[in-house]
Every structure is written in structure tokens, then in C-alpha cells.
Design a protein around this ligand. Structure first.
Ligand code: 5GP
Ligand code: MN
Length: 351
């Protein structure tokens, strides 16, 4: 049992303790340490980056958080969010931080192609790359790697790492709030099959240390703008395509729809899960026309159907078996829907 948390063993205790020992020993005073996560950062990416930042700060280790681009507005409340440097907005400053770093913690991504325009700057950075991640089959870019695809979130893995440092009783409120957000969002509020007794042991530890979980749910999910609520309602009412014989449904939003409801990053978050919530739907796709000729996809499934495989095969993407992302180039939304129609029987066997 690990110090501080009454944790049932994590999925890969040997890997965690080895990674923990090496990393703690090698973080020295005076070093420059940067924390990065994937592009279009979600709750797990931001939560992991800020959670580690707050924890190391409490332990006397300063770090800078650099993200490729901005995260959804519903995460703006997170402690430390205003101190993040965004590569797309402050490219020179971000590049300089990456350049000067001795250590770069790479959180919640499994390949350098997951950091968007920051890819070359990260690849060429001379610092050690220490990766903590839960996506399948990480590319070989890590100098150190803690990877557990069975784990529901990178934040949960980070808690194991911190427990491996013997510091779980030193987790600050800020650190716990951020790590909680990552666990909460990547597990669909603790409901996906990836949730284990260990996940709940981590949450119990946070609550026993005084974390106010109700405010975290409220801040994240119950402060939605009118535009966002109306965009999602409009999309479900007017832009939903249900292919019931295949158990597949697509909600497809055009540029004009986004403009009409003054779309801001994150406004379509959660929509794909609502589509998946339809009776009989086993595969859900949310398509958003990000710019003319570029559609971004979020894919979700229940059960054995792998949206990761579908995203990798058809949409230049990837992710997890039941949650993946990808892109479509050179098609309008109606053309994309027509394409789905022609491919359905290849994707899903209904015989
Ligand atoms: P979301 O639909 O929430 O944007 O993404 C769901 C999952 O798919 C996340 O785990 C995310 O990391 C992954 N994902 C999203 N977009 C891409 C992509 O373009 N490439 C890969 N490899 N994974 C993606
Ligand atoms: Mn994640």
C-alpha cells in the first residue's frame, strides 16, 4: 500500500515507483522545468499540467506551463489558468521556455504530432522529455515514460506518481482541484468503465483532505453561456442524422451555425455524449466545420466498437477505444454526411 492514500495498488506499481524515484532524484534546484500537454487541451490535459505545476510549486520546485493553444472557457476558473503560456498566442515566449528547459513534462499525449503547431519546437527542444500518459501505443519520443492505457486519466496516473514520491499528504487544494477536474472529465464524471476502486480511492483521499468537490462540478458544468446551450439545443434539433439500423448517429454543425450562436472554443463539448445517450445509438460522431474545408470530429462509442480504429483508418486521428478524434479535409458538412452514408456498411456489420 502506498503512503498517504489507502490505495489499492495502481495498475502498474513497479513502473510508477521506478519512474517516481528517477524523476524525483533528477529534478534539481536551478533547473528550468516546463510542463506541456496536447493541443485543444481538455480537462485532463489542463488538469494534469496545472495539477503537477501546483504540486511541484508546493514542494519548492518552480515550473512553467506551456500549452499549444487555448482550452475551453468552462475551464477558465481553474486555479493557475491565467498563468499558462499558449504557444499559438505567445509563440516567441513559449519557444524560449521550451528551448531553455532542462526537463519537459509531457502530459496526456502519446506522440509529438499531438501538440499542433508546437510540434517542431518540442521535438527540437534539448530538455529531457518525461511523459505521463494513458493513450495507446506511445511513439518513441519519451526519455522517460509512465504510460498506462488502462488508466482512465492522466491525472489519476499523476496522483500515483505523487504517491510514489511519498507526497500524497502534501497535496494542496489547488493541486487536488486540478487533478480532480482531469479525473472527472476523462471519466464522464466517474461513470466510464475505466473507473476503478483505485479511482475512487484517489477521490476519497482528496475529499478526506478537504477538497470541495461540489464547487468543481458547478464551476465546470453549470456555468454555461446562453449561446452554448442554444447552439447545442439547435444542433440536436436541426443537425442530427440518425442511422438507426447501424446504431450510429452524427450531429454535424456548419460554420454558419457556429457564427449564429457566437461559437467559442468548448461550446460543443459534451454534445457527442448527448448523441451517444440516444436509445439504440452505439456510435456517435460530432462533426464541426472549423473552417472551410476542415471538419473536426469527436467520436464516441459504447461497447466493443473501436472509434479509435475508425478515426485512425478514415479520419487521420486516434484516441481511445470509446473516445477518439479526427479530421476531414476538403469536404463540406453535406458532403461529409453523404460520405458517412456510403461507408456505414463497411464500418458497422449489422448482419
Ligand atoms: P475529443 O473528442 O474529446 O476531442 O477527443 C477524444 C479523444 O481522442 C481524446 O483522448 C483525444 O486525445 C483523442 N483525439 C482527439 N483528436 C485526436 C487526433 O486528431 N488525433 C489523435 N491521435 N487523437 C485525438
Ligand atoms: Mn486524458
Amino acid at each position: 500500500m502506498r503512503e498517504g492514500i489507502n490505495l489499492l495498488e495502481s495498475a502498474s506499481p513497479v513502473m510508477v515507483s521506478e519512474m517516481a524515484r528517477q524523476c524525483w532524484e533528477d529534478m534539481q534546484p536551478g533547473q528550468s522545468i516546463v510542463i506541456v500537454a496536447h493541443r485543444s487541451p481538455d480537462g485532463d490535459a489542463v488538469g494534469a499540467a496545472l495539477g503537477l505545476h501546483h504540486h511541484l510549486k508546493a514542494m519548492g520546485i518552480a515550473t512553467n506551463v506551456v500549452l499549444p493553444d487555448r482550452f475551453p472557457a468552462f475551464l477558465d476558473w481553474m486555479p493557475g489558468a491565467d498563468g499558462i503560456c499558449f504557444y499559438e498566442e505567445e509563440t516567441a515566449a513559449a519557444a524560449q521556455l521550451l528551448d531553455a528547459a532542462d526537463i519537459i513534462w509531457c502530459l496526456d499525449f502519446n506522440g509529438l504530432d499531438r501538440v499542433g503547431k508546437m510540434e517542431d519546437a518540442l521535438r527540437n527542444a534539448r530538455g529531457q522529455k518525461w511523459v505521463v500518459d494513458h493513450h495507446q501505443m506511445p511513439d518513441a519520443f519519451a526519455d522517460r515514460l509512465l504510460s498506462d492505457p488502462a488508466c482512465g486519466s492522466t491525472c489519476e496516473l499523476l496522483v500515483d506518481l505523487i504517491a510514489g514520491w511519498g507526497q500524497s499528504d502534501f497535496l494542496s487544494n489547488e493541486a487536488m482541484a486540478c487533478l480532480y477536474v482531469g479525473i472527472m472529465t476523462d471519466t464522464g464524471s466517474f461513470r466510464f468503465p475505466s473507473v476503478t476502486a483505485h479511482t475512487h480511492a484517489v477521490l476519497a483521499h482528496f475529499l478526506s483532505r478537504g477538497l470541495g468537490h461540489a464547487a468543481i462540478h458547478q464551476n465546470t458544468f453549470d456555468e454555461q453561456s446562453l449561446n452554448r446551450v442554444q447552439l447545442q439545443g439547435f444542433a440536436m434539433s436541426e443537425r442530427l442524422h440518425v442511422f438507426s439500423e447501424y446504431g450510429l448517429a452524427v450531429v454535424a454543425i456548419e460554420r454558419g451555425d457556429l457564427d449564429r450562436f457566437h461559437y467559442e472554443s468548448g461550446d460543443t463539448e459534451g454534445l457527442v455524449n448527448k448523441v451517444l445517450g440516444l436509445a439504440g445509438v452505439r456510435v456517435a460522431i460530432m462533426a464541426r466545420e472549423a473552417e472551410p474545408g476542415l471538419i473536426k470530429l469527436s467520436l464516441r462509442s459504447v461497447g466493443d466498437f473501436s472509434v479509435r480504429d475508425l478515426a485512425a483508418a478514415e479520419f487521420d486521428g486516434g484516441g481511445h477505444k470509446n473516445a477518439a478524434g479526427g479530421i476531414v479535409k476538403g469536404k463540406t458538412i453535406p458532403e461529409f454526411i453523404a460520405f458517412v452514408n456510403t461507408r456505414l456498411s463497411d464500418w458497422i456489420d449489422v448482419s
